[in-house]
Design a protein around this ligand. Structure first.
Ligand SMILES: Nc1nc2c(c(=O)[nH]1)N[C@H]1C(S)=C(S)[C@@H](COP(=O)(O)O)O[C@H]1N2
Ligand SMILES: [Mo]
Length: 204
């Protein structure tokens, strides 16, 4: 009965066009991390930008917290087939932040670098959406360690593996550099509406 009601609810939202193909709605917030959570020391933590920018820069935790933020409400979609509606995030908006770092015209890709070497790549174009954040609050509170504390990227229009937890640097690049999951079989672009789950080198 419960199951039936859930299916009816899902059919309803699908017909409203909010649930991408092959996804199911969840109220929970599943955790998917490859490896352990990093330890955080506000004295030594930094966030860097490098590559195709006028000047490479770094922010301490205190400096990062002074950057202008905005809050958005958005749906998120994981490649493992769960979607969660109306999640609320606060963070530094990527578009405004990127204007302040002087991105060179030669930059075409953005590579997110995280603690323990997790990386993920996107065309600069897909980062230039007004819902893309360097997020550090969820539901009005600092991120839970499991969800990427202190900072993660948030790219709601891509599958959630493109939203990099434990972010430490963004690299602007002339060439694409497929990241951790992308070289392990996930699709390079990861658009949930096109169901771009697995790439050509997929083993699944
Ligand atoms: N640094 C880092 N970021 C990561 C991951 C990871 O393992 N390490 N997993 C990705 C995957 S596969 C998903 S689905 C989401 C999960 O985010 P959540 O645990 O907050 O739900 O984070 C993404 N970002
Ligand atoms: Mo994922």
């Amino acid at each position: 009965m419960n199951f039936l009601r859930r299916r009816q609810e899902e059919d309803k939202v699908k017909s409203e066009g909010r649930l991408p193909p092959g996804q199911s709605l969840t109220q929970k917030f599943p955790v998917l991390t490859y490896g352990p959570n990093p330890t955080f020391d506000p004295q030594t933590w930094d966030f860097r930008v490098f590559g195709e920018v006028d000047q490479e820069m770094r922010w301490s935790w205190d400096e990062f917290l002074k950057l202008p933020t905005k809050t958005i409400t958005t749906d998120i979609h994981c490649v493992t087939r769960w979607s969660k509606f109306d999640t609320v995030w606060e963070g530094v908006p990527f578009v405004e932040w990127s204007q302040s770092v002087g991105v060179k015209p030669s930059a075409r890709y953005v590579i997110a670098h995280c603690d323990y070497g997790y990386t993920t790549n996107l065309p600069l174009e897909s980062m230039m959406d007004d819902d893309v954040l360097l997020a550090y609050k969820y539901d009005g509170k600092f991120l839970e360690p499991d969800h990427g504390f202190p900072v993660r990227t948030l790219v709601p229009k891509r599958y959630f593996w493109k939203s990099a937890k434990f972010l430490r640097a963004l690299e602007f690049s002339t060439v694409d550099k497929p990241g951790f999951w992308e070289v392990n079989g996930y699709h390079n672009d990861g658009d949930p509406w096109k169901e771009e789950r697995y790439g050509r080198r997929s083993f699944f």
